[in-house]
Design a protein around this ligand. Structure first.
Ligand SMILES: [Zn+2]
Length: 71
């Protein structure tokens, strides 16, 4: 059995940053409106109010003060 080292898997080569855990993404909610968030361009974006929350090393920063409204 041939095992490819985890760090050489194609999906990791395509993504410079580690993706967020999908299970974690499912339970995250916007602290402003309590709606769900989606991953978009390396940020978490609220599906309702559109606020963006940064991901730092795969850790979501879900603080209202960190939220950025799209212009
Ligand atoms: Zn929201």
């Amino acid at each position: 059995m041939f095992l490819i080292p985890w760090s050489l898997r194609p999906e990791w080569i395509a993504m410079p940053k580690p993706p967020i855990n999908k299970e974690l993404l499912d339970i995250l909610a916007c602290p402003i409106c309590k709606s769900g968030v989606r991953l978009r361009k390396g940020k978490l974006v609220c599906i309702r109010c559109g606020r963006e929350y940064p991901l730092v090393d795969g850790i979501p920063i879900m603080l209202p003060e960190e939220a950025r409204l799209k212009n």
